[in-house]
Write a protein that binds this ligand. Structure first.
Ligand SMILES: Nc1ncnc2c1ncn2[C@@H]1O[C@H](COP(=O)(O)OP(=O)(O)OP(=O)(O)O)[C@@H](O)[C@H]1O
Ligand SMILES: [Mg+2]
Length: 499
C-alpha cells in the first residue's frame, strides 16, 4: 500500500479526504500542523503528501521546502483556497508536484494522485535503470581491469624474456624474465635504451630486416632463430628469438620479441659431446695402449740384455739407462691411458666424505710433498654417508690436489672443505694459484689437454678427464670456477646415498 501524508489543520477536511483516499487504496498518515508533518515524514517516509498551504505555525510552503530537502523525489500536492492563485504558482515554482483548489473534488484528487503515482513509478524505474547502468559500467570496468591485469600477468610472469619496441627501436616493454636474462632492470631500460644496445653490433638491424622481409615465417614474422644477445656485463648469451611486427591501422608501430635462454641447453650439449668424446677416445686409446704394451716389454727386455752385454762399457750403459728410463715412462703413460679407458664399474660402499679426503691427503703426505703450500681443511660434521668407490674417488681428489699444487709453484694456499648441500655432498678444493683463462677452462676435461710444458711437471692431460669420468659414473659432477690471478675452485658434487 502506498503511504500518503495528509496535512491539514481542519479535522473535517481531513476526515473527508481520508475517506476518499482510503477508498482509493492509500495508507493515510495524518498531521495537523507543519512540525508534525515533518516529524511524520521523517519517520514514515511516505512517497506522497497532500499539504494545505495555510497551516498554523510553519506555513505549508515552508513544509514543502523541508520535505523536498528530506526526499527530493517525493510527490507533494498542495491544497489552496480560492483566492490563493499567486500562492499556488509560488508552490509550483518551489517544486510542488501539483495543486488542488478547495473544496477538493473527489475526481480531481483521484486523477491528480494517479498522475503523481505514475510519476513516482517512472522516477523509480529511472532510478533502477540508472542504478543498473552504473552497475553494468562498474562491472565492465572491473572486467576490463581484470583482463588487463591478466594480460600484464602473463607478460610479466612469462618464463621467456619479452621485449617490445616502438618503431625506431625505443624499448617500451621489458618483463621480469628479460631482467633476469639480460641483467638490466626495467627502469633502466624502458624509455631509455634502444634495442640495438641489447645485441652485438649489426645483429638488431639484421633481425629487423629479416622481420620485414616476410621470408622467415610469414609477413612481419620471424620464427625461432638462434642469435646472441648482450648481457649487461658485456657477455654474449645464446638465445632463441621469435619476433613479430606490430601494426595499428595498417601502419607498422613497433615489434615484439620473445627470447628463450639457451645457455643451459648449450652446456648440456657440451657435456654430452664431452662424454661421447671421452668414451670414444678412451676406446681408441685403450686399443693403442694395449698394442703398445708388447713392443714396450720387448724394448725393455732387450735393453736389459744389452745392459748386461755392455756392462763393461759405461758410456753405452748410460745410453741404455736412458732408453730404459724413457721406455718406463712411456709404459707409465700407457698404464694411465688404460686406467682412463678401463670402464670398470665403480664398486660402491657407504663412506664418510671426509674420510676420502683424509685418505687422499695421507697418501700425498703434505707438507713434505707440498713444500710452501699452506693446506687447510674444514670438514662439516655429521655429513651423511655417500655411496662411492672410495679408491676411485680418492684418485679424483688426488688429481685435483696435484693440479692445484702444481699450479701454485710452491707458493700459495689450498683449502679443502666437505659439506652436505641439499641432496648432495660436496668436496670443495680452492687454491690461490694463477687461475685459468676462459679458453683453458673450456678444455680442461678433454683428454690429453694440458697446459703444462716444463719438464718437472710434464702433464699428460688425463688427470681431469679421468676424474670427470669417475664422478660421472657416480651420478655426480665437477664444477669449476676460475679467474686469472684469483685462483681456481673445483667442487666435486656427489648425490647422497640413494641407490
Ligand atoms: N688448479 C688449477 N689451476 C690452474 N690450472 C689448472 C688447475 N687444474 C687444472 N688446470 C689446468 O688444466 C689442465 C688439465 O689438467 P689435467 O689434470 O687434466 O692434466 P694435467 O695435470 O696437465 O696432466 P696429468 O694430470 O695427466 O698429469 C692442466 O694442464 C692445467 O693447465
Ligand atoms: Mg693433472
Amino acid at each position: 500500500m502506498t503511504k500518503l501524508l495528509l496535512v491539514d489543520d481542519e479535522a473535517s477536511i481531513r476526515n473527508l479526504l481520508r475517506m476518499t483516499l482510503e477508498m482509493d487504496g492509500y495508507e493515510v498518515l495524518e498531521a495537523t500542523d507543519g512540525q508534525e508533518a515533518i516529524n511524520v515524514f521523517e519517520k514514515e517516509s511516505p512517497e506522497l503528501a497532500l499539504l494545505d498551504v495555510k497551516l498554523p505555525g510553519m506555513s505549508g510552503m515552508e513544509v514543502l521546502e523541508r520535505i523536498r530537502r528530506i526526499n527530493p523525489d517525493a510527490e507533494v500536492i498542495m491544497i489552496t483556497g480560492h483566492g490563493d492563485m499567486d500562492m499556488a504558482i509560488e508552490c509550483l515554482r518551489r517544486e510542488a508536484s501539483n495543486f488542488l483548489i478547495k473544496p477538493v473534488s473527489e475526481e480531481l484528487l483521484s486523477l491528480s494522485l494517479k498522475r503523481s503515482l505514475e510519476k513516482l513509478n517512472l522516477k523509480k524505474k529511472l532510478r533502477q535503470y540508472t542504478h543498473n547502468l552504473e552497475t553494468l559500467v562498474r562491472e565492465a570496468n572491473i572486467e576490463l581491469e581484470r583482463a588487463y591485469t591478466f594480460r600484464e600477468n602473463i607478460i610479466e610472469n612469462s618464463p621467456d624474456a619479452l621485449v617490445s619496441i616502438r618503431k625506431g627501436g625505443e624499448i617500451i616493454l621489458f618483463n621480469s624474465a628479460a631482467e633476469r636474462l639480460l641483467g638490466h632492470s626495467k627502469k633502466d631500460v624502458v624509455g631509455k635504451m634502444n634495442i640495438v644496445d641489447l645485441y652485438p653490433p649489426g645483429v638488431a638491424k639484421k633481425i629487423m630486416k629479416d622481420l620485414r622481409s616476410g621470408d622467415f615465417g610469414g609477413k612481419g614474422l620471424l620464427q625461432k632463430r638462434e642469435v646472441q644477445i648482450l648481457h649487461k656485463s658485456g657477455k654474449t648469451i645464446p638465445v632463441y628469438i621469435s619476433a613479430a611486427l606490430l601494426f595499428e591501422g595498417g601502419q607498422e608501430t613497433g615489434s615484439v620479441g620473445i627470447f628463450t635462454d639457451l645457455s643451459e641447453k648449450k652446456k648440456l650439449e657440451k657435456h654430452l659431446i664431452r662424454s661421447e668424446k671421452l668414451s670414444s677416445l678412451g676406446k681408441l686409446a685403450a686399443g693403442i695402449a694395449h698394442e703398445m704394451n708388447q713392443p714396450l716389454t720387448g724394448i725393455l727386455t732387450f735393453a736389459s740384455v744389452l745392459m748386461k752385454k755392455f756392462s763393461k762399457d759405461p758410456d753405452t750403459c748410460k745410453d741404455l739407462e736412458v732408453i730404459i728410463r724413457e721406455t718406463n715412462r712411456v709404459r707409465g703413460i700407457v698404464q694411465n691411458v688404460l686406467d682412463f679407458s678401463r670402464e670398470t664399474p665403480p664398486s660402491k660402499k657407504p663412506v664418510q666424505v671426509q674420510e676420502i679426503v683424509q685418505r687422499a691427503l695421507d697418501i700425498m703426505s703434505p707438507p713434505t710433498n707440498f713444500p710452501g703450500i699452506d693446506l687447510k681443511t674444514g670438514f662439516q660434521p655429521n655429513v651423511p654417508d655417500i655411496l662411492v668407490d672410495a679408491n676411485q674417488m680418492q684418485q679424483v681428489v688426488m688429481n685435483i690436489v696435484i693440479n692445484a699444487v702444481e699450479a701454485m709453484h710452491g707458493r700459495g694456499s689450498l683449502t679443502i672443505r666437505t659439506r652436505s648441500s641439499g641432496s648432495n655432498v660436496e668436496i670443495e678444493l680452492k687454491d690461490s694459484g694463477p687461475g685459468m683463462s676462459e679458453e683453458t677452462l673450456e678444455n680442461i676435461f678433454d683428454p690429453f689437454f694440458t697446459a703444462k710444458t716444463s719438464f718437472d711437471a710434464l702433464g699428460m692431460g688425463l688427470g681431469l678427464a679421468i676424474s670427470y669420468t669417475i664422478v660421472k659414473n657416480h651420478g655426480g659432477e665437477i664444477l669449476v670456477t676460475s679467474r686469472e690471478d684469483t685462483g681456481s675452485t673445483f667442487t666435486i658434487r656427489l648425490p647422497l646415498l640413494s641407490e
